[in-house]
Design a protein around this ligand. Structure first.
Ligand code: EPS
Length: 381
């Protein structure tokens, strides 16, 4: 089982992650992990923090000479901003400055404070911050590399930003390559331009905006996940992973919510045989009965607007309970393109996890042998 834990506060010294369950014998390039981290930092509408950071991972254990050892992998991403926060966020001594008293609607501030008994809501926001997603992107980029020997590849894009929708053609690997050069991760340049103007407008109004992002996985063999038990369903596990990302309020796979409004013939993907099983459509988003069916997996997630608003919403003080404007932390007007990269990362981890569950083994050779035997067997099914 592939699992990971992250640690780290947004203005703490660093983000740390430990990944357990990575089999031995897989080549890992640190450069590829750092490329993914750089990708997460991009996107039109991000705030000042991304000008300070230059996220790079340092691998501390579990890899020797670029090859996994089968032992836990630890990674660390330094927070460059730490030097500005050392006196406030120090683990030995903290001076109490930058105390947060006015919880932001939509953020973890208020409930987190109640739950953990923090009278300084900074203790909540520091960990609830989406800065943590940098660690998850590092894990995702590692998981993607574990899937590469089996021809499984990943991509992501923004589908819409606020009210502006992209105009993209079919869900093919090229599409996800192309969007990487777009400042908003859109395929259509005109739509991208409209999205940027929309972000400008939102920013000018002191607001923030959300959007819909999509992750796609190509080359997944049929049969990852299972219908036999609820917690083994691949779609359920992907939805859990996507929902666990900060600011995500909805997840759909394939046609998702639209399927509820149509009749069966407009929803299900008919089956053909042409030397192998084929579909003409992929409305199921590559998952039927909680299992991958061999078609590309397509998942969408809805990101709400980031709760920090420069034109703050109404809240109350946790001290005197009187009405007050919500606290303003430096933030992004739009982080939708970055969110797409994060959703791709958490999807990659779940796919790798389901893959190793099916083709389990402690090292690359065992997994390859199991994979080949299965692929040969289903060829003649
Ligand atoms: C983020 C870093 C944060 C925020 C953002 C995401 O840095 P800072 O708080 O120092 O500006 O920019 O987090 C949030 C908007 C949030 O609400 O948590 C990052 O690295 O992505």
């Amino acid at each position: 089982m592939l699992r990971y834990f992250t640690a780290g506060e947004t203005h703490g010294k660093c983000l740390t992650v430990i990944i357990e369950g990575v089999p031995a014998g897989f080549g890992i390039s640190l450069e590829k992990i750092n490329e993914a981290l750089a990708e997460r930092q991009k996107g039109y509408g991000r705030g000042g923090r991304m000008l300070i950071e230059k996220d790079t991972a340092e691998i501390l254990s579990g890899i020797r000479g670029g090859v996994t050892l089968g032992s836990p992998i630890a990674m660390r991403i330094e927070n460059r901003d730490w030097k500005n926060w050392e006196n406030i966020m120090g683990t030995e001594e903290a001076n109490g400055e930058k105390r947060v008293e006015f919880p932001r609607p939509g953020h973890a501030d208020l409930t987190g404070g109640m739950k953990y008994g923090h009278r300084d809501l900074r203790n909540v926001l520091e960990r609830a911050s989406a800065r943590e997603t940098a660690a998850r992107v590092a894990v995702g980029a590692l998981a993607e590399q574990l899937m590469l020997p089996f021809g499984i590849t990943f991509g992501s894009r923004a589908v819409s930003i606020g009210e502006v929708e992209d105009n993209a053609d079919a869900c093919k690997p090229e599409l996800y390559e192309r969007v990487r050069t777009s400042p908003v991760r859109f395929a259509d340049e005109k739509a991208a331009e409209a999205a940027m103007r929309y972000i400008d407008k939102v920013k000018e109004a002191g607001e923030s905006c959300g959007g819909v992002v999509e992750a796609a996985v190509f080359g997944v063999p049929a049969g990852l996940g299972s219908y036999v038990q609820y917690d083994r369903k691949l779609d359920a596990r992907l939805a859990f992973a996507a929902m666990s990302v900060q600011a995500i309020k909805g997840v759909e796979i394939g046609m998702g919510f639209e399927a509820a409004r149509l009749s069966g013939s407009a929803v299900h993907d008919e089956i053909f045989y042409n030397g192998g099983y084929e579909r003409e459509t992929n409305r199921a988003g590559g998952i039927e009965g909680g299992m991958s069916n061999g078609e590309p997996i397509v998942l969408r997630a809805a990101m709400k607007p980031i709760p920090t608003q420069y034109n703050p919403l109404r809240t109350v003080s946790i001290d005197d309970k009187r009405p007050h404007a919500a606290s303003v932390e430096r933030s992004d007007a739009c982080a939708v393109p970055a969110c797409a990269v994060v959703i791709q990362a958490v999807t990659a981890v779940e796919i790798a996890n389901a893959f190793f569950e099916k083709f389990g083994g402690d090292c690359m050779e065992d997994i390859k042998a199991s994979y080949r035997a299965y692929m040969d067997r289903i060829k003649s099914f």
